[in-house]
Design a protein around this ligand. Sequence first.
Ligand SMILES: CC(=O)[C@@H](O)[C@H](O)COP(=O)(O)O
Length: 332
Amino acid sequence: MSVDGTISIVVNGEHRRIRQGMTLADLANDLGLAPEKVAVERNLLVVPRSTLAEVVIADGDELEIVHFVGGGDVSSGEDSWTVAEKTFTSRLIVGTGKYKDFEQNAAAVAASGAQIVTVAVRRVNVSDPKAPMLTDYIDPKKITYLPNTAGCFTGEEAIRTLRLAREAGGWDLVKLEVLGEARTLYPDMVETLRATEVLAKEGFKPMVYCVDDPIAAKRLEDAGAVAIMPLGAPIGSGLGIQNRVTIRLIVEGTSLPVLVDAGVGTASDAAVAMELGCTGVLMNTAIAEAKDPVLMAAAMKAAVEAGRMSYRAGRMGRRMYADPSSPLAGLI
Ligand SMILES: CC(=O)[C@@H](O)[C@H](O)COP(=O)(O)O
């Protein structure tokens, strides 16, 4: 301890000086974190959350503090989410491309339990009554249609596409996607931001496909996005979530719903997204290109639900060493 009554500790790899006598709960409060939402490792040992208010920090302590952001009300059975004043209980949004036919698409949507389907305005017929219509198979009165701008490479093109969708079906909750190039299908964030601003001013509620960048996510929020939809991996790649850290930072940094959009390949990828605290997941290829799309849709439903429950339950802390599952005290 120094003469000024402070001690030196390390928190998440950074040196700090704190008042002597502070407990772990005091420190969490000082860091602006609710003690009931943090997990603490002290000198490589997990501290039970129930004792944070009793454990006094010692000079030289090395602490790892993990903050569980958000999280629903575990006690309540209902675990819904809201976007643009519409509330949903399913956290899985599914696409309508790449299926054998509308019938298979509809069966997969039913198995997924999705309450929202996204539709590429420029590719799927939802307005020409002379051609087969998706709406004959997936009832827009029961399932929310989320028109998207897949295939648009400029903000202007995307804006025009969505104006068209609003004209055709009255949709204002939309998914904006402005692609930068055909090879990676990565979003062009300059164009995406500009289009978000224009659409928000015109009264649209854009859910926005974007890079997995927490700063870009903040800019989109300021520009009028109603949901942030970072890619997990390139569209159609099925590579799963490539950067868990940036997805978590996006979740922490925005008050908007965050839905991983693109790159999911299998059920565990969807569960990971939910365990990171995402509000939901949007996927197309993983279901449509599965050998059995309907079975995969059911798997994705279960994975999203399991990941969400696991997030709400709060995972245990990680330990560097083994810790017996049965108490060792009092052994004969
Ligand atoms: C359907 C849709 O909106 C896609 O642009 C989306 O990004 C899905 O990507 P995956 O096909 O990789 O799930």
